[in-house]
Write a protein of this length. Sequence first.
Length: 317
Amino acid sequence: MKNLLSLLGLLLIVNFCFIQNEYAVTAKKPAIEQAGLSPENEFIQKNFPYIPLAEWPPGMRFMLDQAGMSSPLQLFDSRRSKVGSQVDKKEYENTIFTLLRIVEKEIKVATGRKTFPLFIFGHEDLEFVYIYPGSLQDLKAGIYPNFILNLIFLGDIDKAREILIGKKLFLKSRIVNEEGSTRVGTLKNVPKYIPVTITNVGLGKSVSPVKIVFENAEGNEFFVEILLSGINSRDSYGISDFDRYFFLQDPRSRYPHISDDIWEKIQIGKIQIGMTEEMVKLSWGPPEKINRSSGGDQWVYKNQYLYFENGKMTSFN
């Protein structure tokens, strides 16, 4: 204890001396809130907040991803406090599972007995369980994956239906999906930065759980499957890709200095000699790599190379 008090005293003296030193300066600390968020990211943070697995409240609703390999849930006999067989996905297709509670339970394992967090879900008068593979402390620390495989969170879909259906957005991606013979549809190239109207929102798949259906000015319908809150996504911890596909406002108004002729080329992913770096990024997106030299810059897009001098494209191959 005496040594500990001496150490604390020494730290206080060092800290005081540092504060009094006129040559010790500090930069202004950044604000805690994120600065410079795009309107799209602000929209997502406001309407689709991320909730980590350890903080899921009762009442959250989910559905099984039929594209997944197996169900994460097992039948749970609450009368005997016993975990039974794995749920048959086909039998429970389109079934809504509501989170009832998270409890701890001692379970016999190969090395003895161990306590695990159990996620108890309900459907009608049945209960289902997911056994988290670590301890409650592991769960809170996020040591194991922060998701339950093949469960799709329905809260994002419900909220998106409420605030997006009928809303006009502007398409950011040229690659969208058209309904076809398969569940994922057929890839389709369309002009980007065009206005579209959201006509429906539904179930996607685990990695992209929200299906956004929209139509263009001609009445043709397409869809994309995206992340909104990132809740229970295996590839995202609160990171949405909404801004990868949509603008909230017309992007054309941001670039009045770009002629209509060039803008039409940008919309269909074309480039031409004389385009500025800004125009090329609008058309093709940012390059994978930039090689700089005294004679100019080389932008690398997979197997294509663009060359710039003084901010304008001079050649490409």
